[in-house]
Each structure stands twice: as structure tokens, then as C-alpha cells.
Design a protein around this ligand. Structure first.
Ligand SMILES: Cc1cc2nc3c(=O)[nH]c(=O)nc-3n(C[C@H](O)[C@H](O)[C@H](O)COP(=O)(O)OP(=O)(O)OC[C@H]3O[C@@H](n4cnc5c(N)ncnc54)[C@H](O)[C@@H]3O)c2cc1C
Length: 469
């Protein structure tokens, strides 16, 4: 009997899973999951996100059982210990092939390179599949064979490359007869792995399982996608898909999202939503082609001299939603209370931190990762570097969002602010964006005069731009 092993990482689903389907094409399949709690801690993976992984594994194990595929759990502290563990597992179970879906961040790439070297030593076939992206990074290159640095031409080219995707069927797993396997002493039960404490908020807000994620996708495409172009900027309504957590954990197939949006018509809403899916690919490709972004470095080489502030007190006020700028505080409290933040507010809060407060974008990047249910290194790093004007296709440093103007525009009646800042609920729709003398004593005065913050940032960026002229 030939045995193929599928190694689950951030691809926690059965439906349309390339590596899993490919493993099954070669014979009987068994699956493994390796928890790496110290690595997760080093990567700032939020507890709410780890808890979502746990709940998804529970569902996945049950679903795999239905098709006769056993899921076995292991735990080591960090990626470094994985080759030694796998060496024993592969030998004991006499595995013929190892399949996994590629992860594009630097440490994950190094981990997989070490496992590939092990497989080659043991004479075991290993295949990495490009399942987490719409297009492998090596295929979406410009005419000179170089990676794109700007999103717009990247998106245009991707749309051409993705034409055939509409005709491709989703991959389905067949039922197999169960595989008898020797129990290894390193094996654990799911609940024996080192998970953070169960998160009751996460459980209530973020339902686990691929069935739920696929239903949510269909409901979004049927009810909301046509208005997405307008609704996506209003934080007080459910105008976006709310699928980022499922995509980040691989509970939902990115190809399925693309096909679903396409099959619901070619309207503006669907077009713009698919553009967001392309941004997701764009940042993953950037992370792959420019590994220095995974090493806390700015993508742009010419922005190394911005005098970032490292003011812990100011950072704490921003983190805890106590800046005295209502839309910023409401957004930061949304993050703390739900593990998610609306995209418009991610841009706005990131820009407030990096421009008005001139605080190091890496502090904000890490705070977001520590709290987001959808924390994804590429998207988060890309979003932070965009906001701090250090990234690809960066917003020019002189374009600085004024949070109060943004608040008036995207939350005109203060509905979102009132939801997260109940202490301001009684203010009228004019005062709620910038309380002034109407401010209740329980709410802080603005921690910075916005005009001062803006001018300080402009002058710091201008000075450092002159250095490189
Ligand atoms: C500072 C900052 C940090 C961010 N951190 C993350 C993060 O850690 N994880 C994450 O998934 N997204 C991140 N984003 C992107 C975006 O804010 C979220 O993907 C979006 O808010 C998720 O909500 P949704 O699923 O309803 O999105 P929708 O509007 O429905 O978009 C559909 C999907 O497209 C992808 N997407 C949308 N916008 C972007 C984008 N700008 N970049 C990359 N992918 C995108 C997501 O997978 C999303 O689920 C960040 C943006 C900024 C500005």
C-alpha cells in the first residue's frame, strides 16, 4: 500500500484543497497537524486566532473522519524541531509522499526547505502546492520577468492570467477505506496541544468550519456584493464579506471566492471585491519576492531615516482607544472587543499612529497581529507599510488622512462611534466627531493637535526624502 501524508498548516479545509486532493490521487492518505506554540508567540499570533484554529481543527477532524482520513496531532516548540519529528513519523509510518500547501513568509519557507532536504535524504517524494494564492508568485511577473512593484499593472495582468479559473472545477475529496496506523508516543489529542484559554467572544463572533465559511461567501455574493463598491467604506454596516479570518486560516479556498464572485455577475461591486482578493495575492507575492519585509525592514530602501518615535505612553493611548479622537478610539476598541477592524479604519488608525504620532509602524504592525483574528503577515505588513509610506505602491508621504474628516465622511451620523464609545452617545452628530467643550469628563481630550502632527510628519519625511535626492 502506498501512503501519502498531508500536512495541514493554514489550509484547514477539505473542499478545494490542492495538496490534500493531490495526496489522495496517489493512494491512501493520512493527515497531520503540528502545533508550534513558541513559534506562534514569536510571530505575534493572536490568542483569538489560535483559538479559531483549534475550533476549526475540531470540525476538520470530524469531517475527515467521514471520508476515512485520520488526522494526527503533534506538538513541538518551534519550526526548528519539525524535521527531527517528521523524520521519525515518516519512517515509522512508511510514508511514500508528503504533500503540503506552500506558505510564503520567510520562516515558513525556511521550515519547508529543511523538510524538503529531509525528504530528499529519505527518498520520499515531497510536493508543495500553490493553494493559498490565486496565482503562484513566480507566474505573475512583468514583461521583463520581474515582480510587479505597483498594484495596478499587477492586477491587470492577474485578471488575464485568471481567465481560465472560471472553468476549473473545485477539487473534491473521495471517501477512502480507513488506514490502519501505528500510534506514536509523540502523538497528542487536539485538546492536549498548548492552546490559549478558550475565547468566549471569539466563539460567539467567529463561527468555525468550512461549511459556515462557504455559506457566508454565498450569502455575501447573493445579498451584498452588488453594493460592495459603496458599502465597503461604511464601518457601521456589514458592507464587506467578513471572510478574512476564514481566508487567513485557509478555511475557505481563495479560488472558490473568485469563482463565486464571477458567477454572480460582472457588476462594479463584484469587480471591486475581486480587486481586494488581488491585493491579497499582491502582498503575498511581495513577501515572497522581497524577503527583507519579513525581517522588520521597510520595503523601500530610501526610507531608513524617518525619526520614528518610540513613545510608550502615546502608543498605549493609541492601543487602548484613549487618543481623544473618537473615530480612532472606536476603531481601536472594535479591535480589542471583536478581534477584527474594518479596512477603512485599519488605514485610518495606522496612518494616525505612523503620521500624526510618528510612532514606528512596526509597533502598530505587531499590535494588530497580537489582536486580529485574521492576522496575516503579508496583508498586515503590506497595510502597515502602505500607511507609513514605506511600502510598495506606497501612499505618498504627503497624503495624510485627517481622521476627523474621514469620520464625518464615512460615519456621518456617528453610528459606529456610538457603538464603541457609549460615553459619547449623547453628543449630536456634529460634536461626536470632534467633541470639544461638549466632551464628557470620562472621555480624554485629544492627545495631539492634528495640524501639529501633520506638519511634524511632513517635515520628517521631507527631510529624509532630501537625503536620497
Ligand atoms: C494596516 C492594515 C492591516 C491589515 N491587516 C490585515 C491582516 O492582518 N489580515 C488580512 O486578511 N487583512 C488585513 N488588512 C486588509 C483588510 O483590512 C482586511 O482584509 C479586511 O478588512 C477584511 O475584511 P473583509 O473580509 O470583510 O474584507 P473584504 O472587503 O470582503 O475583502 C475580501 C478579502 O480580500 C482580502 N483583502 C481585502 N483588502 C485587502 C488588503 N488591503 N490587503 C490584502 N488583502 C485584502 C481579505 O482576504 C478579505 O477577506 C489590513 C489592512 C490594513 C490597512
Amino acid at each position: 500500500m502506498t501512503l501519502a501524508l498531508h500536512w495541514f498548516r493554514t489550509d484547514l479545509r477539505i473542499h478545494d484543497n490542492q495538496a490534500l486532493a493531490s495526496a489522495q490521487a496517489g493512494g491512501s492518505v493520512a493527515a497531520i497537524y503540528i502545533a508550534t506554540p513558541r513559534q506562534w508567540q514569536a510571530h505575534d499570533d493572536a490568542s483569538i486566532k489560535q483559538d479559531y484554529w483549534r475550533r476549526n481543527l475540531q470540525k476538520l477532524e470530524a469531517a475527515l473522519q467521514q471520508v476515512g482520513i485520520p488526522l494526527h496531532y503533534f506538538e513541538v516548540a518551534t519550526y526548528k524541531e519539525i524535521p527531527a519529528l517528521l523524520e521519525r513519523v515518516l519512517a515509522e509510518w512508511q510514508v511514500n509522499a508528503l504533500h503540503c500547501n506552500r506558505e510564503y513568509a520567510l520562516n515558513e519557507h525556511k521550515r519547508d526547505a529543511a523538510v524538503a532536504a529531509l525528504c530528499s535524504k529519505l527518498g520520499i517524494y515531497m510536493q508543495l502546492h500553490d493553494d493559498a494564492v490565486l496565482m503562484p508568485p513566480e507566474r505573475a511577473l512583468n514583461k521583463s520577468g520581474q515582480p510587479y512593484k505597483v498594484f495596478t499593472p499587477f492586477g491587470r495582468h492577474m485578471r488575464e492570467l485568471l481567465e481560465p479559473l472560471a472553468r476549473r472545477e473545485a477539487l473534491v475529496i473521495k471517501r477512502q477505506t480507513s488506514v490502519p496506523m501505528k500510534r506514536l508516543h509523540e502523538q497528542r489529542q487536539l485538546q492536549e496541544l498548548s492552546w490559549p484559554a478558550i475565547d468566549p467572544v471569539g466563539e460567539k463572533l467567529w463561527v468555525a468550519g468550512e461549511v459556515h465559511a462557504r455559506q457566508k461567501l454565498m450569502t455575501f455574493c447573493a445579498d451584498t456584493i452588488t453594493h460592495y463598491d459603496e458599502a465597503r467604506n461604511i464601518p457601521s454596516i456589514d458592507g464587506t464579506s467578513g471572510l478574512s479570518h476564514a481566508l487567513a486560516a485557509g478555511v475557505l479556498s481563495i479560488r472558490e471566492c473568485w469563482r463565486a464572485a464571477q458567477s454572480f455577475g460582472e457588476g462594479k461591486g463584484s469587480e471591486i471585491w475581486r480587486n481586494e482578493l488581488l491585493w491579497r495575492d499582491f502582498y503575498k507575492h511581495i513577501m515572497w519576492h522581497y524577503p527583507h519585509v519579513s525581517q522588520h525592514k521597510p520595503w523601500r530602501g530610501d526610507v531608513g531615516h524617518v525619526p520614528w518615535q518610540h513613545n510608550k505612553e502615546e502608543f498605549a493611548r493609541w492601543s487602548n482607544g484613549q487618543t481623544g479622537i473618537p473615530i480612532v478610539d472606536a476603531a481601536m476598541r472594535q479591535l480589542l472587543q471583536t478581534g477584527w477592524m474594518h479596512n477603512r479604519l485599519r488605514m485610518l488608525t495606522a496612518m494616525f499612529l505612523t503620521k500624526h504620532l510618528l510612532i514606528d509602524w512596526r509597533w502598530g504592525e505587531s499590535w494588530f497581529m497580537q489582536h486580529l483574528i485574521d492576522g496575516d503577515f503579508a496583508a498586515n505588513n503590506g497595510g502597515w507599510q502602505w500607511s507609513a509610506s514605506t511600502g510598495t505602491d506606497a501612499v505618498p508621504y504627503f497624503r495624510i488622512f485627517n481622521p476627523v474628516t474621514q469620520s464625518r465622511r464615512f460615519d456621518p451620523d456617528g453610528i459606529f462611534i456610538r457603538q464603541y464609545l457609549p460615553e459619547l452617545a449623547a453628543l449630536n452628530n456634529k460634536a461626536i466627531h470632534e467633541p470639544g467643550p461638549e466632551r464628557p469628563s470620562s472621555y480624554p481630550a485629544p492627545m495631539i493637535e492634528l495640524g501639529f502632527g501633520r506638519e511634524r510628519a511632513l517635515s520628517a519625511f521631507k527631510k529624509q526624502a532630501e537625503l536620497f535626492q
